[in-house]
Design a protein around this ligand. Structure first.
Ligand SMILES: NC(=O)c1ccc[n+]([C@@H]2O[C@H](COP(=O)([O-])OP(=O)(O)OC[C@H]3O[C@@H](n4cnc5c(N)ncnc54)[C@H](OP(=O)(O)O)[C@@H]3O)[C@@H](O)[C@H]2O)c1
Length: 236
């Protein structure tokens, strides 16, 4: 069984569709109507998750029967906030941390002990390692995810549970619709990448599938940057 959290988002929908072709999946999200529609389409079970009112992780793990082997967990729950620090309210800052970092803690804390020989994947972003202006809240959350995943990779290595992070740059998705709403913004976004392109799910899906597969059996504690080189490369 593979758990996909945030299955109703752009990346979540793509990995849900892909994995459901060959694997049993279990989907988690906040919107019951959308989850129900997906569960019908892909013939799978679902669970609503309210990040502001969660049970103890040990309790939550019971949403999947105890005899089911959990092979993978992909957390696609996330958000973006681009605002200068002094204009970021307490509520906005907390919301970004809850959606991105707390969701990652909560899901892995719930299922890690049941994921012997499994693979867990979390999402950072280019802002997790590169200082981009007006990204303080999301940068804190995503850098937190990278550290959290490295430590969890060490903790659960004895169970052969691999924990990795994918850090994309801007991709076409529900989340980036506003940012990429004009042709000018698209052009600027495209051109800031050494490999001049806006990302899409096709750039990320193969990396998710690889990290979930036995081909990546010796890869753990890593942050894999799928970002057209933005985080590390400066062409002449
Ligand atoms: N798109 C980009 O440019 C980009 C760049 C770098 C990193 N990322 C990361 O990639 C991951 C996937 O993002 P995406 O592009 O697929 O974005 P997306 O389409 O907006 O998906 C985000 C998912 O998170 C869920 N979500 C948001 N707030 C939530 C909350 N409070 N409680 C529960 N679920 C919540 C959404 O639920 P609903 O479907 O109900 O809205 C949706 O399923 C995220 O971690 C994101 O930070 C994205």
């Amino acid at each position: 069984m593979y758990i996909i959290a945030g299955s109703t988002g752009t990346l979540g929908s793509a990995i849900t569709e892909e994995l459901s072709k060959t694997e049993d999946i279990f989907i988690i999200g906040r919107d019951e109507d959308k989850l129900k529609a997906q569960a019908n389409k892909y013939n799978c079970n679902y669970q609503v998750l309210d990040l502001l009112s969660t049970p103890e992780p040990r309790e939550y793990s019971k949403v999947i029967d105890s005899d089911v082997e959990i092979k993978g967990l992909v957390n696609c729950i996330g958000s973006i906030l681009i605002k200068p620090l002094h204009g970021t309210s307490l509520e906005e800052f907390n919301d970004v941390i809850t959606t991105n970092l707390f969701s990652s803690y909560f899901l892995l804390a719930s299922f890690a002990r049941r994921m012997k020989d499994g693979s867990a994947i979390f999402f950072s972003s280019v802002a997790g390692s590169k200082g981009l202006s007006n990204h303080e809240a999301i940068s804190a959350a995503k850098a937190g995810i990278e550290g959290f995943a490295r430590s969890a990779a060490a903790t659960y290595a004895k169970d052969n549970l691999r924990v990795n992070v994918i850090a994309p740059s801007i991709m076409d998705s529900n989340m980036s619709q506003k940012i990429l709403s004009s042709d000018t913004a698209r052009e600027v976004s495209k051109n800031m990448h050494p490999i001049s392109k806006i990302g899409d799910t096709d750039d990320i899906l193969p990396v998710i599938k690889w990290l979930l597969s036995p081909d990546a059996k010796w890869v753990t504690g890593q942050t894999i940057h799928v970002d057209g080189g933005l985080s590390t490369v400066k062409p002449r």
